[in-house]
Design a protein around this ligand. Structure first.
Ligand code: MG
Length: 238
C-alpha cells in the first residue's frame, strides 16, 4: 500500500460511486418536490427558497446547529410555514416520490471492488457525500449505486453533520466522529473543490476522474488520480 497506510477511507457518492447526471437529476428532484408543495406555495417561488436555504446551510459555520436545523430554520422562515406543518409532506415525498428519481442514477463498474478492498483492510469506510440531503435520500442513492449502507461505518447526512462540503470543517467533523487523525485518512472523490479540499485538514486525496467535476478556479491538486478501477487497485496494493 497502501495496505496499512490509512486508518480510514472516505468515499464520495455522486459521480464517484454512483453515475448520476446532476444536470438532469437536480431539476427533476426540485420539480417533483415543488409539485408536492404546490398547495402551499407557487413552484418557482418554492424552488428559489429551496436553493436559497441550501446555500444558507452550505455556508453555515455555527457548529451548534446541525445541517437539518440550519436548513429548516431558514426555509420555514422564507415560506412562512412551520416545520410541523410541512414535515408530513416532506416525509411522504422521500418515501413515495424520491424513489422514482432512481432513473437518473446508474451503478458503476468497480464500486464493489473499491468497497471490498477497504473492508478487507478492516478500517472504517465513510460515505462522505455532501450532507445536504436527509438520510432517506442518501440511503436510496446508495441503493441506486448497487451498494448497502451497512457497508459504511458512517454515512454523512443533513441529520448527523454540522458542516457541508466544501467547508474543511466537514472533513474534520468526520475525522472526529470516527476517532481517526485526519492525516491518516484518504478522501476519494470526483470534485476538484468539494472533495480535494479535504487536503486542507491533512487528509490525503485521490481524484476519481471517470466523472470528474472540474470547478472553475480549482485546478486539481491531489495526491493520486485515476479511474475508480485504479482506486480499487491502489487500495489493494501491498
Ligand atoms: Mg461527487
Amino acid at each position: 500500500m497502501i495496505k496499512g497506510k490509512y486508518d480510514a477511507i472516505l468515499l464520495d457518492l455522486d459521480g464517484t460511486l454512483l453515475d448520476i447526471d446532476l444536470d438532469q437529476f437536480i431539476p427533476a428532484y426540485v420539480k417533483s418536490l415543488a409539485g408536492r408543495f404546490s398547495d402551499y406555495i407557487e413552484p418557482h417561488t418554492f424552488s428559489a427558497h429551496l436553493f436559497g436555504s441550501t446555500i444558507t446551510m452550505v455556508n453555515n459555520s455555527d457548529a451548534a446547529k446541525n445541517n437539518r436545523e440550519v436548513f429548516y430554520e431558514d426555509f420555514c422562515r422564507r415560506i412562512g410555514y412551520s416545520y410541523e406543518n410541512i414535515k408530513p409532506v416532506i416525509d411522504d415525498f422521500y418515501r413515495n416520490d424520491f424513489p422514482k428519481l432512481s432513473c437518473w442514477g446508474r451503478k458503476v463498474p468497480h464500486s464493489e471492488a473499491v468497497i471490498e478492498a477497504v473492508l478487507a483492510q478492516k478500517v472504517p469506510l465513510v460515505l462522505a457525500t455532501n450532507p445536504i440531503f436527509p438520510p432517506e435520500a442518501v440511503y436510496q442513492r446508495i441503493k441506486w449505486a448497487g451498494l448497502s449502507a451497512d457497508q459504511f461505518s458512517l454515512v454523512t447526512t443533513m441529520d448527523n453533520m454540522h458542516f457541508c462540503k466544501p467547508n474543511p470543517e466537514y472533513y474534520l467533523e468526520i475525522a472526529n466522529k470516527i476517532n481517526c487523525p485526519p492525516d491518516n485518512c484518504l478522501m476519494a472523490g470526483n470534485d476538484t473543490l468539494e472533495d480535494l479540499i479535504a487536503a486542507e485538514v491533512g487528509m490525503e486525496t485521490f481524484l476519481v476522474d471517470d466523472y470528474i467535476l472540474h470547478r472553475k478556479g480549482h485546478d486539481p491538486d491531489y495526491n493520486y488520480r485515476g479511474s475508480l478501477e485504479d482506486l480499487a487497485n491502489f487500495l489493494k496494493e501491498e
